[in-house]
Structures are given as structure tokens and as C-alpha cells.
Design a protein around this ligand. Structure first.
Ligand code: GTP
Ligand code: MG
Length: 388
């Protein structure tokens, strides 16, 4: 009997072990339940903050950044919808990044010396030339400065730079920069310049400004050379709240401008802004076309009171050559200098006014609709010579 009991116990033990081994193996092959989820990492991390645990798992860091950026976008989007942010006029000081940086190095060098020596003059000459001021204006500025140093006994580098800044501001000043209106509306403002300088963008920005000032504006899509040009102007007209006249692709640009002046007259609009092509099959075609546009625009209901040459400030001295070519074809009344916020060196403003005698009336300091400002010589010179 005892032997039977022992045998039964052994059999039960063996059966239990076999069951454990069999089911134990199956559990390891196919987990019945998913492993517990990793504890979520905090999403309040500052972007790019160094965290050893995150750096050990680069994919986790990417996920966290994406989450934060998505949140920020959502908030920004919402804010943009809910809050009509007050539009601040962009300042030369904030936007003239490249120009200030370039001249700034030379100014620091001048300031680092106790007095005024040959190195001072070399630094100033190189700085002004590199900033696109041009040879003749640089020479004139430094000749003036030498004479003042002698006459006033200037010994201090800071005082020297103050005098130079004042001279730059004085040379830039003295022009009438106001945009002219006809005695009998509509006034016609034509925008000319080579392709890509910012004509269409400038028209959009200026239309917004004129409309904000209470005037009514008709835009004329006189760039019939490219189909996309009229589309672009249509978009700006919508943004600015202006009326638009456009023709067919390849149509006669002069007749588009003419039709726009007729529309302006019938609707008692104040200003017609005429966009023009920046490129045609060749340059002489373009100049001939501009002459015709101007002639025909005068024949219509309006009076051409502005022919504004739009120049890209980043093209530097090349802009001067363009300006001369356009001046020969159509009588320019002013320059709009765009992209002064980009990689422009700034000094081109001086070169244009001094060499051509044409006032820089407006300046583009960015791509947004409010980034067009009147040119202010004192503010510009102060931004260029800022030593803070
Ligand atoms: N940063 C900056 N970009 C500008 C400024 N003005 C215009 N742009 C940009 O310059 C580019 C060309 O501008 P457009 O207005 O199309 O130039 P356009 O003279 O009409 O060119 P075409 O029609 O090809 O002759 C666009 O990407 C504009 O956003 C400015 O003041 N600053
Ligand atoms: Mg254009």
C-alpha cells in the first residue's frame, strides 16, 4: 500500500513538471499580453535641451521635438486667427543685417585704436567700398572727412565716425521723396525694372498702403509676357483690396494700362499702378515697350506722375548699370530699392542718389505686405553706423 502511494506521488510530480515545461515554452514564443508601455517622456522639454536619456534614443528625441513643434504651430495658428497683431513698421536697424555686419567690423577696428592714423583711413575706405558705396562717393566722403578732421581738430575715432555718419545722412537727404498725385485723378504710377527685382511685390505692398490711406487703387497687369505674372498680381490685388485689370497672355501691355486708366476714371479711382515685364525677347524690345506704355498711358484718362525703377539692392553696383539703361528709355521719377533686408550691403543707396541724382523713395525690407517703408536718410545712416 505504501509503495502504491509513493508511486502515485511520483507520477503526479512528473505530470506537473511536464505541464510546466510545455506551457512555459509556449508563453515565451507568443506573448499573451503586450509588454507594458514605456513610461511617456515629459513633453515639457526645452527644444535641443541636452538630456542623456533622450540622447541615448535619438528616435525618441525626434518624436518629442515634432510634438512640441506641432503644439507650437497649433497655438500660433490659433493666435493668428484670434488676434489681429498690430503691424509695426520694420526698422532699418533691425533689418539691415548684412550691411551693418559688414561695415560694423571696420567700425570696430577704427574704434579699437586710440587715435586716428593711416589704418583708420584704410579701414574706412575698405569698409565703404565693400558696402557698395562706390568709388566716387567713397572718395568724396573721405575727402570731406579729412578736411573736417583738419579744420575741427578731431582726434577721437568716435567723433570721427559721428562726422562721417552725419555726412552720409546729409548726402542722402535733400530729395523730395513724396509720391506724386495728378491734380485730376487718376494718377498713373508705372513700375519698371529687370525681372525678379520685386516690381509686382512692391505694387501689392504699396496698393495696401494707399488703400489704408483712404485712396482707391486699380492695378494693371501690364506684364503680359508671362501668364503667371497676372496671377501673381491678382493675388496681391485680393490681399490689398484693389481693383484689377488684366489682359490676355501675350497681349499688348500698353492697352492693359490704358484700359486700367479708363476703369479708374469710370470708377473715380485715385491711382493706377501699372506692372510691367522685366524681361522680353531682348533688351531693346523691353525699352521700346516701356516707352510705348508710357506714351499710351498719357493718352488715356490718367496722368503718369511716377515712373519708379525697382532695383534689387543685393545686385549692388550692377543696379547702377540697370538704372542708367532705364533712365535712357523712360524718364524715372524715383527708385524703389528692394531686398535691403537680405544680403544687400546697403551702400548702393548712396551710389544711386549720388551718381544718378534719382531719389530712393521707397525701400523694401522684407517679403510681407507691410515691409515697404519710406526711405529715411537719418535712420538709414544711423543704422549703418550703429556701434551699440
Ligand atoms: N527679402 C525680400 N524679398 C523681396 C522683397 N521684395 C520682393 N521680394 C521677393 O523677390 C521675389 C521677386 O519678386 P517679384 O515681385 O515677383 O519680382 P518682379 O520684379 O515682379 O519679377 P518679374 O515679374 O519676373 O519681372 C519674390 O520672391 C519676392 O517675395 C524685399 O523687399 N525683401
Ligand atoms: Mg512681376
Amino acid at each position: 500500500m505504501e509503495i502504491v502511494l509513493v508511486l502515485i506521488l511520483v507520477a503526479v510530480l512528473l505530470a506537473g513538471t511536464a505541464t510546466f515545461v510545455f506551457f512555459g515554452r509556449r508563453d515565451r514564443g507568443v506573448p499573451v499580453e503586450p509588454p507594458p508601455a514605456a513610461a511617456p517622456l515629459p513633453t515639457t522639454l526645452v527644444k535641443h535641451q541636452s538630456r542623456p536619456d533622450v540622447e541615448a534614443q535619438p528616435h525618441v528625441e525626434v518624436e518629442i521635438e515634432a510634438t512640441i513643434e506641432a503644439d507650437e504651430l497649433a497655438v500660433d495658428g490659433l493666435e493668428a486667427l484670434l488676434v489681429e497683431a498690430p503691424v509695426e513698421r520694420p526698422s532699418f536697424r533691425d533689418r539691415l543685417g548684412r550691411a551693418r555686419g559688414l561695415l560694423g567690423g571696420y567700425l570696430t577696428s577704427v574704434m579699437s585704436r586710440a587715435g586716428i592714423d593711416q589704418q583708420t583711413w584704410d579701414d574706412l575706405e575698405e569698409g565703404l567700398l565693400r558696402a557698395d558705396v562706390g568709388v566716387s562717393t567713397t572718395t568724396a566722403l573721405l575727402d570731406d572727412l579729412r578736411a573736417k578732421v583738419k579744420a575741427d581738430g578731431i582726434k577721437d575715432p568716435s567723433a570721427l565716425l559721428d562726422v562721417l555718419q552725419a555726412d552720409v545722412a546729409a548726402r542722402l537727404g535733400g530729395f523730395d521723396r513724396s509720391l506724386r498725385y495728378a491734380e485730376v485723378a487718376p494718377s498713373v504710377w508705372l513700375f519698371v525694372g529687370v525681372n525678379g527685382v520685386g516690381k509686382t511685390t512692391t505694387i501689392g505692398k504699396l496698393a495696401k498702403r494707399e488703400i489704408a490711406d483712404g485712396r482707391t487703387v486699380v492695378l494693371a497687369a501690364g506684364d503680359t509676357f508671362r501668364a503667371a505674372a497676372a496671377e501673381q498680381l491678382t493675388m496681391w490685388a485680393e490681399r490689398a483690396g484693389a481693383d484689377l485689370v488684366r489682359g490676355n497672355e501675350g497681349g499688348d501691355p500698353a492697352s492693359v494700362i490704358f484700359d486700367a486708366t479708363e476703369r479708374a476714371r469710370s470708377r473715380h479711382a485715385d491711382v493706377v499702378m501699372g506692372d510691367t515685364a522685366g524681361r522680353l525677347h531682348n533688351k531693346s524690345n523691353l525699352m521700346e515697350e516701356l516707352k510705348k506704355i508710357r506714351r499710351v498711358a498719357e493718352k488715356g484718362a490718367g496722368t503718369v506722375t511716377e515712373v519708379l525703377l525697382v532695383l534689387d539692392a543685393t545686385t549692388g553696383q550692377n543696379g547702377l548699370i540697370q538704372a542708367k539703361e532705364f533712365t535712357d528709355a523712360v524718364e524715372l521719377t524715383g527708385v524703389v530699392l528692394t531686398k535691403l533686408d537680405g544680403s544687400a550691403k546697403g551702400g548702393i543707396v548712396l551710389a544711386i542718389q549720388q551718381d544718378l541724382g534719382i531719389p530712393v523713395k521707397l525701400v523694401g525690407l522684407g517679403e510681407s505686405i507691410e515691409d515697404l517703408v519710406e526711405f529715411d536718410p537719418d535712420e538709414f545712416a544711423a543704422a549703418l553706423f550703429d556701434r551699440s
